[in-house]
Design a protein around this ligand. Structure first.
Ligand code: SAH
Ligand code: DHB
Ligand code: MG
Length: 218
């Protein structure tokens, strides 16, 4: 089984469970036009984030790592009318593309894009959030999750993207700083009694990766 099969199956299921979506299509087109890397979550993964947020009735959502706001749109659409989402992005150009994508999708009133190093931005935020999605530079994942635990309510959910990296996560000698970052995070979460966590490995149009799903203990 290969990436080609994974992508074909992704497209098959996307055709069955995802509706046509001009705003999401336009966001991806604007990302490409703006030179952003194509490292957004996949459409099926985006909908999973959306459904998880809806399942817990999330009204305040925090995202670390905006890129062009593709995952942001999926998450923000799960919010009730009075809900809000804050998303942190280092790169001003990414943030600019994201703001335009969010405005096109009618979400500029509920989403705030905060530009700057996320570790600094996080220090200025007041919780509690119901759900936090961690998806920025992987080297700092341990620090992002530490901050997220303080900002996410008891019973709330923390989701961490890209914790498998094509299987690279199990290589202690990997020269990839992202892998080293995820491994450092894995060691931290292993002894952390403040969260209950599991990991889902994923294949699909975005190749082989996975996410960690954690609930903050009451
Ligand atoms: N969540 C997005 C993808 C995010 S890609 C989606 O699925 O659609 C990771 C993003 O994190 C990039 O835009 C990158 O610029 C940003 N990033 C990298 N380092 C960062 C930092 N220190 N603080 C905030 N954002 C950062
Ligand atoms: C990378 C980052 C991501 O958030 C992702 O989903 C895939 C790849 C990266 O930095 O390579
Ligand atoms: Mg990611």
């Amino acid at each position: 089984m290969t990436d080609a099969t994974w992508s074909t199956v992704d497209a098959y299921w996307a055709a069955h469970v995802l509706a046509p979506d001009p705003d999401l299509d336009a966001a991806l087109a604007a990302n490409t036009a703006g030179g952003l890397p194509p490292i957004d979550v996949s459409p099926l993964q985006g909908k999973l984030l959306h459904l998880l947020a809806r399942s817990i009735g999330a009204s305040r959502i925090l995202e670390i790592g905006t890129l062009g706001g593709y995952s942001t749109i999926w998450l923000a659409r799960a919010l009730p009318p009075e809900g809000a989402l804050i998303t942190c992005e280092l790169d001003p150009h990414h943030a600019e593309v994201a703001r335009a994508n969010l405005a096109r999708a009618g979400l500029d009133g509920v989403v705030e894009v905060r530009v700057g190093p996320a570790l600094q931005t996080l220090q200025t935020l007041t919780g509690p959030f119901d759900l936090t999605f961690v998806d920025a530079d992987k080297a700092s994942t341990a620090e992002y999750v530490e901050a997220a635990i303080g900002l996410t309510r008891p019973g709330g959910v923390i989701i961490v993207d890209n914790v498998v990296r094509g299987g690279g996560v199990v290589d202690p000698t990997s020269p990839d700083r992202a892998v080293a970052g995820i491994r450092r995070f894995a060691d931290a979460v292993a002894g952390d009694r403040r969260v209950d966590a599991t990991v889902i490995q994923t294949v699909g149009g975005k190749s082989y990766d996975g996410f960690l799903y954690a609930v903050v203990r009451p």
